[in-house]
Design a protein around this ligand. Structure first.
Ligand SMILES: [Zn+2]
Length: 585
């Protein structure tokens, strides 16, 4: 019987699965697309239907259907397996030890807790009052159901006792973020007397919770005074929940964001729910953080147009501003919905829906927003006013990735300040931007392939393009190559007459399939493949020999310092023989 992994691979078509996330275009025998994992203008992500693999030649991402789901959904292997098993209709055995992990149990705890909170809302006496409150805020019965809203009872261990009765330990409940351990080592519920907003991952599984204090119980004996002061509390970061990675409502909004080609970003849970309820299903919220690079990368899968409905004051909320600046420098078209002072979207909507619609329609580009607010704040006629204005706006201008767009705003700034465009440009040159977030981002990029790796891949590609030239390297010693390529070449040597139809052994399959796709996709010179191949081979050998010479000279130095003369001599001989072969290349 095939393993579930094999079974899933057999049943699903990689082209179909990937095209449910990104737009694929036919390109010969393969398909291509703009890569969702790095920013690019020309497609370098390819999908091969015949080999059932994908690869991005821009950022190096690939190769299996599981890798794709892990990356695009931002999940680990076990979750990707579950998602694909469901698509393929493959049943994963419950006893599978890999799946009975801590992770799975944490998912189950969150699921059970959601149900528990929902039941409290629906059936308890105080739950009825909470429901009354929600209805008063304009949330419908339907939305209460759809967003799985609930109520955490005002007791020390309501939820914990329930979860323990279901077979979970205090430690597990604590790790799921739902309980807190006191000094005596006893666990008590994190959420007490709060209206519960479950937070879902992209697959609509609850992974965390937001809790809003229910005013009526604020002074009860189960509340710790300074804690009860917090209007909202959230699950801390857990194995499943990381607030810098979650956008509230994205699971329900993602397809609408893609369809309408813009997302609206708000701050609160109730804002999101009311928006979805009133014809704005493309609304999501950050969980009390500035937008992070990770969140932006996820949003970009669905649209590059972002409307924000924050209470934005350029002098004020810097965390918010930082996220928006980051979005702008990532190439998002950011527009600002100017909110009436002190109001949030939920309040605007419940007062008058038409007003909210008008606000959304009259959103203005972030540049216009910055120009207007900055010019309103400082006097553009005085030298010091000009300086203050340019201090703020030059930074904004610097972030515009598109040169032509940037030129437009440079012109505008020079006109407004009545200074020469030349001077604006000089000052702009001096501006340095760069945030800690961006540094983190670069670290996440895959390691660059070394020159040798690139040459080796080119060599194999050349061979696959013209197998008749394989004879050129048949006599070679493959030990000049890295172990994987050397294995691949030995394998090719055996199968030289039927390279087109081989089914590579499992341990080499991914890398060989990748090399085949590369040879199909890459444009190589039509002629002189033979000469290319020879040059390539020579360079690989040169690199490898230089490498070994380097190593040897280090060993010689070491042997010398240890006064091991026979060793030195031995190494010198080796060194000389490599030097000779380097010269004869
Ligand atoms: Zn890529």
């Amino acid at each position: 019987m095939p393993s579930p992994i094999e079974e899933i691979k057999n049943r699903l078509d990689i082209v179909e699965v990937i095209s449910s996330y990104i737009k694929l275009k036919k390109a010969g025998a393969n398909y291509k697309a703009l890569c969702p994992f790095h920013s690019e203008k020309n497609p370098s992500l390819f999908v091969s239907p015949s080999r059932q693999i994908w690869h991005c030649f821009g950022c190096g991402a690939g190769t299996t259907i599981f890798d794709f789901i892990m990356k695009i959904e931002g999940v680990e292997f076990g979750d990707a397996l579950r998602i694909l098993a469901q698509k393929a209709g493959v049943e994963l055995k419950r006893e599978d030890p890999k799946l009975r992990t801590e992770r799975k149990r944490t998912y189950d705890i969150c699921q059970l807790a959601t149900k528990f909170f929902q039941k409290q809302l629906a059936e308890s006496k105080i739950g009825t009052e909470v429901k009354e409150y929600l209805l008063n805020r304009g949330i419908t019965e339907e939305s209460i159901e759809k967003w799985n809203l609930g109520y955490a009872p005002d007791t020390w261990r309501g939820l914990s006792d329930f979860l323990v009765s279901q077979g979970y330990t205090g430690e597990e409940i604590e790790k799921a973020g739902l309980a807190i351990k006191n000094e005596k080592g006893n666990f008590y519920d994190r959420f007490r007397g709060r209206i519960i907003f479950p937070i879902f991952d992209l697959n609509s599984q609850p992974i965390g919770f937001g809790g809003r204090i229910f005013e009526k119980i604020k002074n009860s004996k189960f509340q710790i005074p300074n804690e009860a002061m917090a209007k909202y509390i959230n699950t801390p970061n857990t194995m499943l929940y990381d607030k810098s990675r979650i956008l509230y409502g994205l699971d329900k909004a993602k397809l609408e964001i893609r369809k309408r080609d813009f997302a609206i970003l708000v701050e609160g849970y109730i804002d999101v729910i009311l928006c979805h309820q009133t014809g704005f299903p493309n609304v999501v919220a950050t969980s009390g953080t500035a937008l992070t690079p990770y969140q932006l990368r996820i949003l970009k899968r669905y649209s590059e147009n972002l409307l924000t409905a924050f209470d934005m004051d350029i002098a004020g909320d810097w965390a918010t501003k930082r996220g928006i600046d980051l979005a702008q420098s990532r190439g998002f078209n950011v527009k600002i919905i100017t909110m009436p002072k002190g109001l949030d979207p939920a309040e605007v909507i419940s007062k008058n829906l038409e007003n909210w619609k008008k606000l959304v329609e009259s959103s203005k580009s972030i540049l216009d927003f910055y120009f207007e607010t900055t010019l309103a704040k400082f006097d553009k006629k005085t030298p010091s006013g000009k300086k203050e204005i340019s201090k703020i706006l030059l930074k904004v201008l610097k972030r515009i990735p598109n040169r032509i767009e940037q030129a437009h705003w440079i012109q505008k700034l020079s006109t407004v300040l009545e200074v020469r465009e030349e001077d604006v440009r000089v000052e702009l040159q001096k501006i340095k931007i760069g945030t800690p977030e961006e540094e983190i981002e670069t670290k996440e990029l895959p390691a660059q392939k070394s020159r040798k790796e690139r040459l080796e891949e080119r060599l194999v590609t050349l061979i696959l393009k013209s197998p008749e030239n394989f004879s050129l390297i048949l006599k070679e010693d493959f030990d000049f190559f890295s172990p994987k390529i050397s294995k691949t070449l030995s394998y090719f040597k055996k199968e030289i007459n039927r390279l087109d139809e081989i089914k590579p052994p499992p341990e080499l399959a991914d890398s060989i399939n990748y090399l085949f796709l590369k040879s199909e996709v890459e444009e190589l010179p039509e002629q002189n493949l033979e000469k290319e191949l020879k040059t390539c081979l020579k360079e690989i050998k040169t690199l490898e020999i230089k490498n070994r010479l380097n190593q040897l000279s280090q060993e010689i130095r070491k042997a010398e310092s240890e006064k091991d003369t026979s060793k030195v001599q031995e190494l010198m001989q080796e060194f000389n023989s490599y030097s000779k072969s380097l010269n004869s290349l």
